[in-house]
Design a protein around this ligand. Structure first.
Ligand code: SF4
Ligand code: SF4
Length: 439
């Protein structure tokens, strides 16, 4: 049988062997904790604590403020020192709650003892919303919104994205290896919220050991299937993954729910389980600290708000001077120039490289080789789109299907002239989306 995949894509250096075999280690933060009130797509949460308050672990400190928004909780116990804008990895400042950690880790008491089987789908959805669960693959879309499509009864598949196609990242892999039963439990809970949905756990074929474990666990589950997909970037992109496992096509004007699918990241499913079973909010995540500049690459369970520099120190610091530090993976992550920033719900990795593998030299002129076209999963012509973007020609950009770009970075990666294709296309898409919002 052909291995499931999509058209286009690239095979960058994997780099996963640096941290793949490193079991998850708990990291206990030392310094102050900075918790941004926006770690999600949508409206900023509104602070519900004030300077001087003592907060406990799991206590709500930010209240969602709209349909697309998310609650924010404290990951430590301590005193609220400041509520002020702080720098985040996107390069902007976001209103944040700064907490002086008292290192006691005193938790809020849980008073809800209902078992999942005693709950309705609405009860479960409310717990997910209350727990501030968002997409943890980087997008940060609130999970309770994703799980409330208009056509709820038509949803056919809940797809767990275990592809982890970005090079170097191993956080999802470690979760699947170390706590596969929680992943299956979380998926079953999500399935119980839908009338007829079946579960698919999609894993790239460079993680066959994780696939084997999960297959064994679901062998008696008639509604869950583990599907092995071809190792290729961006296999874990939502559209690419849906196509690979269901052959259904999603374009830029559609949501996965339009083809009766919902996709959730591995860590998101873990957080959903925790919200429903333990009644606890999202206050931590797995972060891979890795790259050839890092002394001891490692996967950590990290409390949200932990300082990135502390985490790099925990991994033995730098063994070589990094040329590039990225929050996330090398293909879609964000280059950062200051480690004095907090880990957020979307921080999958701190990647420290001695060489910029995606862009190692100055951009040159296009030589019309067509490679960018052949790797583009959006089936567009990146070279042409980048020219329209550089010329600011929005009409031509849209006519040439520029909005179908998923910003995967494959075109920039493959371009022998090292043109900044993705960057140009990305900023044009951003402008067009901003125009559309104004209308
Ligand atoms: S144009 Fe967009 S979708 Fe196509 S390869 Fe470039 S970044 Fe990826
Ligand atoms: S890959 Fe680069 S050089 Fe080749 S056609 Fe595309 S933009 Fe031009």
């Amino acid at each position: 049988m052909a291995i499931l995949s999509f058209k286009g894509g690239v095979h960058p250096f994997e780099g996963k062997s640096l941290s793949k075999e490193r079991p998850i280690e708990d990291y206990i933060p030392k310094g102050e904790i900075v918790i941004p009130l926006s770690q999600h797509i949508g409206a900023l949460a509104v602070p519900v604590v004030k300077v001087g308050d003592r907060v406990l672990v799991n206590q709500k400190i930010g209240e969602l403020s709209g349909f697309i928004s998310s609650n924010i909780h404290s990951s430590v116990s301590g005193i609220v020192k400041k509520i002020e804008p702080r720098l985040v990895t996107a390069g902007n400042k976001v209103l944040s709650v700064v907490i002086e950690n008292d290192n006691l880790y005193e938790e809020c008491t849980v008073s809800d003892f209902r078992k999942p089987e005693e709950m309705t789908a609405e009860d479960k959805l409310e717990l997910i919303k209350e727990a501030g669960v968002v997409g943890m693959g980087g997008a940060g879309f609130p999970a309770h919104v994703k799980l409330s499509p208009k056509n709820k009864d038509d949803i056919d598949y809940i797809i767990v994205n275990g592809a982890e196609c970005e090079p170097y990242l191993t956080s999802d892999y470690r979760r699947m290896m170390e706590q596969p039963e929680y992943l299956v439990e979380g998926l079953k809970l999500v399935l119980s919220m839908f009338k007829k949905a079946k579960g698919i756990i999609a894993i790239e074929d460079n993680k066959l050991d994780a696939a084997k474990k999960l297959k064994e666990l679901v062998k008696n589950e008639t509604d869950i299937e583990v599907k092995v997909v071809y190792t290729k970037y961006p296999q874990g992109g939502e559209r690419a993954l849906i196509y690979a496992v269901t052959r259904r096509k999603v374009n830029s004007t559609m949501l996965p729910a339009d083809v009766n699918c919902i996709v959730h990241n591995v860590d998101t499913i873990f957080s959903i389980r925790k919200a429903i079973v333990e009644k606890k909010p999202l206050i931590d995540r797995i972060v891979t600290v890795t790259g050839d500049a890092i002394n001891q690459p490692q996967n950590y369970r990290v409390r949200i708000g932990t300082n990135m520099a502390e985490l790099v120190d925990a991994a033995g610091g730098f063994k070589n001077q990094p040329e590039k530090i990225i929050s996330g993976g090398p293909m879609m992550g964000t280059a950062i120039y200051d480690l004095n920033m907090p880990i957020t719900k979307g921080s999958s990795s701190i990647l420290c490289l001695t060489k910029d593998e995606v862009r190692a030299s100055e951009p040159g002129n296009c030589i019309n080789c067509g490679r960018c076209v052949s790797v583009c999963p959006g089936r567009v012509v990146p070279a042409r789109l980048a020219i329209f973007a550089e010329q600011g020609d929005k009409e031509a950009f849209e006519k040439n299907y520029g909005m179908e770009c998923c910003e995967c970075g494959c075109c920039s990666y493959i371009c022998p002239a090292k043109r900044n294709l993705t960057q140009s296309i990305k900023s044009m898409r951003k402008d067009i989306l901003a125009d559309r919002r104004k209308k």
